[in-house]
Design a protein around this ligand. Structure first.
Ligand code: UDX
Ligand code: UDX
Length: 474
């Protein structure tokens, strides 16, 4: 029976997952370790609002378990040595250079974890891949674990499992508590059963699926590829609706009633973002090419292509409605995170769309309830207007790339030519457009890429409304 678990990587996946495990398995010790001291300090912060990750419900769980059977530290080696099960939850970004750059996953962190485990594990250890990995990475890990025999403790032996996460940000705790399924891939029955026993504490038996290692690794990539494909599919039909007079909401409702299709993931929008979808599809594309299946690769690559096309398409629509030029125009951006209820901006469609608008000469006024000004600046690589003004060199360099960050008060709308809604935050559905319109320049536009604003309110206020998948209502 497992008594001591170590998780390497205290990120979006490792932190919440181990917190829920600790809450549900009081007899097991969970050590979450990370090389990033600042992150660990934040996980140990007394003020739960300072935890490095915002997930509804996470704070209470951490409060209940931290210091009892849940610990966050930088003591990687010590915790590896004590553990009989180790989760690898480190990041696996897309490679930026070398063979497979732009597509393949960079496995350097995975490799370094395997080497550390190999060097410091003391007895039989079950190593669990939690990070999303290319198919057959398990083989690489096993090879590293087995090959560095000279370094490692002679008594240590290893089993490898794949146990992919299916957490969506903003609902991670709910997804962990009530998963649709838990997938455990591997070849050793005892190892599989040991992890099965952990989940059995709260997950119904019939939801815990076993498979071989490769099926498990591929299932994770496939699940994300299918979900992303649905977003690109509905966005392609959305564009079609706009030119034909159909309404994407009606189409989604109609097809979603077909139980074979199902009603989820059929909302048209600016495109999918987040740390996983693009990375995982590109990974699949790389692997398909690698295994001599170029048609398969092209099929999945088109999903990513449609996603970026959709973002550029939105920019063109905004440009066209604003008489073909954005210079001297001020546009309000509502929402910067890749979806509502998260502060995560990774691959957010807002980044590409805003960069396009800045390149066209627009001045942007950006609001997001959770994303900080610092984070926006980081994504743009351009400082906000007030910092540029203080520095002659910056002022010159970014003369035509002006943006400011703002709270959402009545004066947000002062002199705006248009407002573009990019994230479906609740607060944007209750904006008083009557008041806003009085502050905006005329003719003013509202572009709703999430279909959440009060259309009638916009139109009654005299502003023009454009909605994704429905087009121009006035
Ligand atoms: C995860 C998965 O691991 C990734 O494969 C999946 O596709 C998306 O989710 P995530 O938890 O979002 O990644 O990553 P991140 O929040 O960046 O956390 C990873 C942590 O691992 C970081 O805190 C980093 O400091 C840590 N790390 C990285 C180590 O502790 N050691 C290393 O060697 C490398
Ligand atoms: C996703 C998967 O859902 C999860 O299982 C996996 O483990 C990690 O990747 P996440 O990235 O948190 O989770 O977000 P998700 O809620 O799936 O949304 C992804 C993107 O698709 C967002 O940008 C979202 O706005 C977009 N989306 C989703 C749509 O545009 N329309 C939809 O109908 C659904």
């Amino acid at each position: 029976m497992i008594k001591n678990v170590c998780c390497i990587g205290a990120g979006y996946v490792g932190g919440p997952t181990m917190s829920v495990f600790a809450d549900k398995c009081k007899d097991v010790i969970f050590n979450v370790v990370d090389v990033n001291e600042e992150r660990i300090k934040a996980w140990n912060s007394d003020d739960l609002a300072k935890l490095p990750i915002y997930e509804p419900g996470l704070g209470e769980i951490v409060k209940r378990c931290r210091g009892k059977n849940l610990f966050f530290s930088c003591e990687v080696y010590k915790c590896i040595a004590e553990a009989d099960m180790i989760f690898i939850s480190v990041n696996t970004p897309t490679k930026t250079k070398g063979v497979g750059a732009g597509k393949a996953s960079d496995l350097k962190w995975i490799e370094s974890c395997a080497r550390q485990i190999s060097a410091y594990a003391t007895a039989h250890t079950i190593v669990v891949e939690k990070s999303t990995l290319p198919v057959r990475t398990g083989e690489v890990i096993k090879e590293i674990l087995d090959s560095s025999k000279s370094l490692r403790n002679k008594n240590s032996t290893f089993d490898i499992l794949s146990n992919p996460e299916f957490l969506a940000e903003g609902t991670a705790i709910e997804n962990l508590l009530n998963p649709d399924r838990v997938l455990i891939g591997g070849s050793n029955k005892d190892a599989i059963n040991a992890l099965h026993a952990i989940y059995k504490n709260w997950v119904p038996e019939e939801k815990i699926i076993h498979s071989n290692l490769w099926s498990s690794e591929l299932s994770k990539l496939t699940a994300n590829a299918f979900l992303a494909q649905r977003v690109s599919s509905i966005n392609s039909i959305g564009a079609f609706c706009e030119v034909t007079g159909a309404d994407i909401r009606e189409v989604s409702r109609a097809i979603g009633k077909d139980s074979r299709i199902g009603s989820k993931f059929l909302n048209a929008g600016p495109g999918f973002g987040g740390s996983c979808f693009k990375k995982d599809i590109l990974n699949l594309v790389y692997l398909a090419n690698h295994f001599g299946l170029p048609e398969v690769a092209n099929f999945w690559e088109s999903v990513v292509h449609l996603n970026s096309w959709n973002q550029d398409r939105l920019t063109h629509i905004i440009l066209e409605k604003l008489f073909g030029t954005l210079s001297e125009k001020k546009i309000g951006i509502l929402g910067f995170s890749f979806k509502a209820n998260t502060n995560d901006t990774r691959e957010s469609p807002a980044i590409q769309i805003c960069k396009n608008l800045l390149s066209e000469g627009a001045t942007l006024k950006i609001h997001d309830p959770k994303v900080s000004k610092k984070q926006v600046a980081l994504e743009f690589g351009i400082p906000p207007i007030e910092e540029c003004k203080k520095n002659e060199e910056l002022n010159k360099k970014f003369k035509y790339k002006k943006w400011e960050y703002s709270i959402l008060k009545d004066d947000f709308f002062d002199n705006l030519d248009a407002v573009v809604v990019l994230t479906e935050w609740d607060i944007y559905s209750s904006i008083n457009w009557e008041k806003a319109a009085k502050k905006m320049r005329s003719p003013g536009w509202v572009f709703d890429t999430r279909l959440i604003v009060d259309e009638e309110g916009v139109i009654n206020s005299g502003l023009s409304f454009w909605g994704i998948g429905i087009g121009n209502l006035k």
